[in-house]
Ligand binder design. Structure first.
Ligand code: FMN
Length: 373
């Protein structure tokens, strides 16, 4: 390995005492290839095996905590006892590759899909017409009742219990990308006038419930992470100033890491007080080494890894990079970073060894991707 990469192969011990063997993380990636009932498919196990080589922490695709919150076709479920056996296969597969296995727990809220949830009843913090996964036409979502909100919180706890039973090393609370927890934090999606209209109330209630279950049922070194989106395009939307309040609140919780969701790790603040400042630098400043932060976004090549490391983020997640080249980390480790496939080749279905559905999604341009250069 080239010397410059060595710091990335240093282990990192989390607050709970568990140690990640290096600084590379598989970003949570929705693959749409679970069975129709949300149980794990054989293809999914093989795919997760291929994408967790060489990394320190592997995060699964967003997995629904209640079918009422299913937001993707072929989405994994972590909502019922029948899911445990398949989830155990995923956890074992990731761990056999030497990585810690974390399942991302998720509820789609208003972004859940009418054709996938019972009775087409889509709901979230407030009534809204909105677009779901790959849809061109908006669907309608209604406001949740207080009881439904309490149930959604309990569902995150129940999913955590199932994750423990399935042998995962941890859970990541999916508070990003416009899904339920994000929606409660967003002034665009949350227009409630009851106590749930307070932006931090729902996210913190979910964190507390997950922590409670881990305290009661989990091993001492069970990992709890939280993912958030620092800004959103909607107006009025989540701003960096609002995110600072979230970070301040999350820091007080017994979490093991924070995980920002960014399309480009070097991206800058869109608007407001911090306009033009690098988001990752602001976050690292605010966190001030009190908790590890996972940085992410457009890290494809060896040079990208070094540039991302230079931001100061202690952990780096790779999403599309590991989809285009599952051997990305191993190539760096063996000094072959020049051989990394750091683009999507729409003419070479065999090149990236992607499941058919993901291949099609990239070929159709549903996800942005660097082209061959
Ligand atoms: C195919 C695909 C599926 C994704 N699924 C999820 C998901 O399930 N949960 C999540 O938090 N983010 C998801 N994301 C966002 C990624 O985790 C990541 O933040 C984003 O792709 C930027 O990182 P990258 O440039 O390394 O791909 C997805 C992204 C892609 C491309």
């Amino acid at each position: 390995m080239k010397e410059a990469f060595q710091p990335l192969f240093q282990p990192l011990t989390l607050a709970n005492g568990s140690t990640l063997k290096n600084r590379f993380v598989l970003a949570p990636l929705t693959h749409t290839i679970s069975n129709e009932d949300g149980t794990v498919s054989d293809r999914e196990v093989a795919y997760m095996d291929s994408r967790t080589k060489g990394i320190g922490l592997g995060i699964t695709a967003a997995s629904y905590t209640n079918v009422e919150g299913q937001a993707f076709p072929g989405q994994p479920s972590i909502s019922k006892d029948e899911d445990i056996e398949g989830l155990r296969r995923i956890a074992e597969t990731i761990k056999a590759n030497g990585a810690k296995a974390v399942v991302q727990i998720h509820h789609g809220g208003v972004k859940s899909l009418p054709n996938l949830v019972p009775n087409g009843d889509v709901k979230g913090p407030s009534e809204v017409d909105t677009l779901g996964f790959f849809n061109k036409e908006p669907h309608h979502a209604r406001a949740m009742t207080g009881d439904e909100i309490q149930q959604a919180i309990k569902d995150f706890g129940h999913a955590t219990s199932l994750a423990i039973q399935a042998g995962f090393d941890g859970v990541e609370i999916h508070g990003a990308n416009h899904y339920l927890i994000h929606q409660f934090f967003s002034p665009y999606y949350n227009r409630r006038e009851d106590m749930w209209g307070e932006p931090l109330r729902f996210p913190m209630a979910v964190v507390d419930e997950v922590v409670r279950v881990v305290d009661e049922e989990g091993p001492e070194d069970f990992i709890i992470g939280y993912r958030f989106s620092p800004e959103e395009a909607e107006s009025p939307g989540i701003t960096m100033s609002r995110t600072k309040c979230l970070v301040d609140a999350l820091i007080e919780k017994p979490l093991d890491y924070l995980h920002v969701s960014l399309g480009d790790i070097h991206s800058v603040t869109r608007e407001g007080e911090y306009q033009g400042e690098k988001r990752i630098s602001l976050l690292l400043d605010w966190i001030d080494n009190r908790m590890p932060l996972i940085g992410v976004g457009s890290i494809y090549s060896g040079q990208d890894v070094l540039d991302a490391h230079a931001t100061g983020a202690p952990l780096l997640a790779l999403g599309r990079g590991l989809l285009f080249d599952p051997a990305l980390v191993e190539k760096i480790e063996s000094g072959r970073e020049e051989e990394i496939i750091d683009y999507f080749d729409p003419e070479r279905e065999d090149k990236h060894q992607l499941p058919e559905e993901l291949w099609q999604a990239f070929a159709a341009g549903h996800y942005p991707s660097p082209k061959k250069h």
